[in-house]
Design a protein around this ligand. Structure first.
Ligand code: GLV
Ligand code: MN
Ligand code: MN
Length: 404
């Protein structure tokens, strides 16, 4: 199965007529993505299965549970709201195509090879990114995970149960982890470093630490046409100044800070809001800077809330420490690619990945495929087909080297 054909079949799934993707975990679009993956894994003669945490695995070669050196590749199929088609999906389609390439060359892996599809990497539905890989590695407690709720109040446990899974079984999976020897995730580049360097493929150095915080500003609802300005407790005002403070704090610290989601209640155009709930995503080159940036934003929010007679509650919803990928594995990969005439610059990234979570437990690396505009988490996210093919070939070379 060629990459182009795999892509052609995956492309329409979960795409909103406006152009972006809405592939949220445990929804019908997610089920269709999973069916696409399983169908093609079966077609390649791989053994597809779902683990206790809802992640998909397709195994090639020995399934002997005693083997502890499987070479794993893959990524995720869920998306952010109105996201691009490449984030995650490119890594999964490339993994299938790379295995197809190796099979067509009659390559016989010495080590088991597996393709993984991790659930809820974006945290778009249940708000904890890399949920599937966090669960496997025990980075989130199963009870806390089961209770996570989406915007409609549906819990993860209920969503998994509706999808036919036993949510009572989620949690750390040491047996599965013990079978894994290395993980290499291919991903569309998020940022624009490769294009100016004239390189189609990059290799990851590490991932900036990042976190998400929920800010709840609670005020008093009132009439937009009659309540005097001085009498209002309008939660929109401290929220607005917090957005500006976040921008300033990020600039001051060399960090990134974004409020990308906000819900104003009750949502009347002619009323002062009763509450504003907003989510801060902050990232920085190191954890100290991230802590300082988040603290500066929180302090600005507290001061402004006080000035407006508004109550503020801040809760951290997720945190991912700094990740440095395995240098030995990275050098081996750049060596393999270099020997094939592929120059792959080493790049840091501010984007989160399941590879970052798994890096705490097994040697992990990432390949990036050039994104000509750098835009991501947007329908404009793109990679040229020739670069995608180059990514498949690079991944096949890496798998061949590691598993050969
Ligand atoms: C995932 O793509 C993230 O960086 O939030
Ligand atoms: Mn993403
Ligand atoms: Mn991704």
């Amino acid at each position: 199965m060629s990459f182009a054909e795999l892509w052609r079949q995956l492309e329409p799934i979960g795409r909103h007529p406006a152009g972006g993707y809405r592939r949220y975990s445990w929804t019908p679009a997610d089920a269709e993505c999973r069916a696409w993956f399983t169908r093609h894994a079966d077609g390649l003669g791989l053994t597809a299965e779902q683990d206790r945490n809802g992640n998909l695995w397709a195994w090639w070669g020995s399934r002997d549970a005693a083997r502890e050196d499987a070479v794993v590749t893959g990524s995720h199929l869920d998306s952010v709201p109105d996201g691009g088609g490449y984030d995650g999906a490119l890594g999964v389609a490339s993994a299938l195509a790379a295995v197809a390439e190796l099979k067509s060359r009659n390559f016989n892996p010495e080590r088991p090879v597996a393709i993984a599809v991790f659930t809820e990497e974006e945290g778009a539905r249940f708000r904890v990114p890399c949920l599937g890989s966090r669960l496997i590695t025990g980075a989130i407690e199963p009870g806390a995970a089961r209770a996570l709720g989406d915007d409609d109040g549906v819990t993860l446990a209920a969503a998994m149960t509706a999808a036919g899974c036993d949510a009572g079984l989620i949690g750390a999976d040491e047996g599965l982890l013990a079978r894994l020897g290395a993980f290499v995730e291919l991903h569309v580049e998020q940022g624009r470093a490769l294009a100016p360097m004239g390189a189609a493929i990059g290799v990851a150095e590490g991932i900036w630490p990042h976190g998400r915080w929920r800010f709840d500003f609670a005020g008093r609802p009132d009439h937009a046409g009659t309540a005097r300005l001085a009498d209002r407790n309008d939660p929109m005002l401290p929220y607005a100044s917090t957005v500006l403070a976040a921008r300033q704090a990020a600039a001051d610290h060399g960090a990134l800070a974004t409020f990308g989601k906000v819900i104003a209640e009750p949502g009347g155009a002619n009323g002062v809001s009763s509450s504003v709930r907003a989510w801060l995503d902050a990232r920085a080159p190191d954890e100290e800077t991230l802590g300082e940036t988040a603290a500066a934003i929180r302090s600005a929010a507290e001061i402004s809330a006080g000035e407006h007679g508004v109550t503020l509650t801040v809760r951290q919803e997720s945190y991912t420490p700094l990740v440095r990928f395995d240098e030995t594995l990275r050098d081996r990969i750049t060596g393999v690619l270099g020997a094939a005439g592929i120059t792959a610059p080493v790049l840091p990234t501010g984007a989160g990945h399941d590879a970052g979570v798994l890096a705490a437990r097994i040697p992990t690396a990432m390949l990036f495929v050039r994104n000509p505009t750098g835009v991501s988490h947007s329908p404009a996210e793109h990679a040229e087909e020739a670069d995608c093919e180059a990514g498949v070939h690079a991944l096949a070379l890496v798998l061949e080297d590691l598993a050969g």
